[in-house]
Design a protein around this ligand. Sequence first.
Ligand SMILES: [Zn+2]
Length: 319
Amino acid sequence: MAQNTIASVSVDLDAIACYWRIHALPGAPPEEARRLILRRCLPRFGELFARAGVKATFFVVGQDLADDPEGARRLAELAADGHELANHSFTHPYDLVRHPAAGIASEIDRAHEAIGACAGHGPVGFRAPGYTLSAEVLDLLCARAYRYDSSAFPSLPYYAAKTAVMAAMRLMRRPSGSYLGSPSVVTAPLGPYRPAQGSPYRRGTLPIVELPMAVTPVLRLHVIGTSVVTFPEWLRRRMVAAALRRPFFNLELHGIDLADAAADGFPAALVARQPDLRRPLATKWTALERTLNEAQARGAVFQTLAQAVAALEASLSSG
Ligand SMILES: [Zn+2]
């Protein structure tokens, strides 16, 4: 069975301000909450991965490095320890794909520079804010010789739920700061592929590899941190087992997945809107640790996405 499964785990380090925008909360997050993800959650991921013997990929929002030198120092330590730092844009604009080309290029380049200075070498991978990809974004990444993009999220249930929530928020005259991308994402290949010129969700010959997020075969249920830490244990285990039947297991987490809402001081307005923030840290930690261990028990070897793409490229037709 999954004896040769290549596995990667990545953590998107979206700051509290990102969730503030998604839930259309008024004003800005309280000053003391702004840096919670890098200060409180990031060290827990370092410990979780050390215990599991896993090297991971952290998707970093460029501006957070200048905003939090202490958080930047922790990330530099993780990079020195063999983890990968990758590009998650400079300011995390959910509507990145609607920006003019120069604006998209600036988001990629400013983050590239900040993350490169932190890690000691420039990133080779990108993940778009809110999973929203466009042909223009891919062209800009190719022009910069990026090895991979990991933004495609081909989950129909996730796309349907996001559409419904955003429609409900519009009805309540509280439009979400999130952005709904093209529905063609739900038809994207489930495994790694070279995208087509002009069609990010179709196979082609672009000199970059797209690494879609893990979903289960057939039903395309999303196997990401949010589902791993909030679903009942029996369902989590079955979904992980199903996703592990594919040759590449791309587990995507968020920094907020290891939040301890009360002890960390997460704002009550956010806790009221994010169900995962109301789960005890110990429960979430166990669910994530079990997921890593179950993958390893099935023969999966965790690598950073940069390492995984090198191994996967051989099996993809080159451009
Ligand atoms: Zn993000």
